[in-house]
Design a protein. Structure first.
Length: 136
């Protein structure tokens, strides 16, 4: 968990350049990689459509060392349950992956997102994910 938090702090402390032309090739590698992420997810339960959510985030990923990479993303999700009004939630996700061996990678993610209210103490949901990937 400390690794994920450290990655988030490191990513947030790097300032985004005003334009891509300002950064030279060597500086671009040091700055990491900014990206845009989108996802559309629809749900069905026993053949019945339940709704669709669309997520759009801006992120930053970079290497913390030769074996550790981390990312952070922030942006809205538009939640559209079947037959209900569209709502907008804000999400923040932080993750890291560690090369355990040449073939084994461990990863962990933490996501915070609003849940229909503005009281972050009561209306903030947290999700986690962790796992291993073995490549052969």
């Amino acid at each position: 968990m400390k690794l994920i938090i450290a990655g988030a702090i490191a990513a947030l402390s790097l300032g985004a350049p005003a334009s891509a032309e300002i950064i030279g090739p060597a500086e671009a590698d040091a700055a990491g990689n900014f990206y845009v992420y989108t996802e559309v997810e629809s749900d069905w339960a026993l053949g019945e459509y339940e709704g669709t959510s669309t997520t759009a985030r801006v992120g930053y990923e970079g290497d913390l060392s030769e074996t550790v990479g981390a990312y952070i993303e922030v942006g809205p999700s538009f939640i559209n349950p079947d037959g209900e009004d569209l709502t907008t939630e804000l999400g923040l996700e932080v993750g890291a992956e560690v090369a355990v061996t040449e073939n084994l990678t461990a990863y962990a993610e933490v996501e915070l997102f609003t849940n229909g209210g503005s009281d972050l103490g009561e209306d903030l949901d947290v999700g986690t994910k962790a796992g291993l990937t073995y490549s052969f």
